[in-house]
Design a protein around this ligand. Sequence first.
Ligand code: FE
Ligand code: FE
Ligand code: ZN
Length: 277
Amino acid sequence: MLTIGTHMSIAKGLAKTAENVVRMEANTMQIFSRNPRGSNYKVYTEEELEKFQKIRKENQFGALLAHAPYTMNLASEKEKVYEFACTAIREDVARMDRLGIEYLVFHPGSHTGTGVEKGIQNIVRGLNQAVTGQEKITVLLETMTGKGTEIGARFEHLKEIRDGVLHPERIGICLDTCHVFAAGYDIVNDLDGVLAEFDRVLGLKLLKAVHLNDSMMPFGSHKDRHAAVGEGEIGLLPLLNILRHPALRNLPFYLETPFDDQGHKEEIRMIRERLQE
Ligand code: FE
Ligand code: FE
Ligand code: ZN
């Protein structure tokens, strides 16, 4: 069975959000682990949490994904930026694990001039103070477009991060279709080639989740602008091929496309219909 959902706002609480997932005819969701542009987070009541877990269980949701804030840069050399990133990842690994959320994804970060190697060292150090090895949650490194000094546009970067940490068994990969396409991995004409490369560098076993987005920007542009499925430079058929691929079809898929809940409901319905053909 297809596991698909979208990025959801949790402004109205976790239980309401889970209800909206059901209404959307989805069976999973991605949420922010805290305010994406600030630093604060809500503390949920027992009652709220119980209701959330009940809805999730009754509707047999697939693996849930939390996304760390965009302001978190674990690759940074700037003390304040780095300290916040370390605190946020440490707290959010623990907080999301307590919620029973399966995955926490984060953008590896930007080195802002100090170089990829230094950036990766900082990310590894940051992960080591956040991941104890005792948690159930798996932390996912997101594939990035490589805009500016962003780390993670090459599978090799992600491999180096995972290999560097104390608890690599708690680290996996989230593949963003828009990002890999913009980074120069040709998922349109050579999906099998890209997956073979992923397997060679990282191992396909590490791939735990897919962000299913089309790209407003052209192949290899290193620019990060998501488009609705079928309305960008990737196109509908290559994205359907990703959903159907034997190595990918059992993974959870999360849309991060520019729609509200109603638009996402229609997008998911369209995807399901096209997959039947
Ligand atoms: Fe992301
Ligand atoms: Fe993404
Ligand atoms: Zn993006």
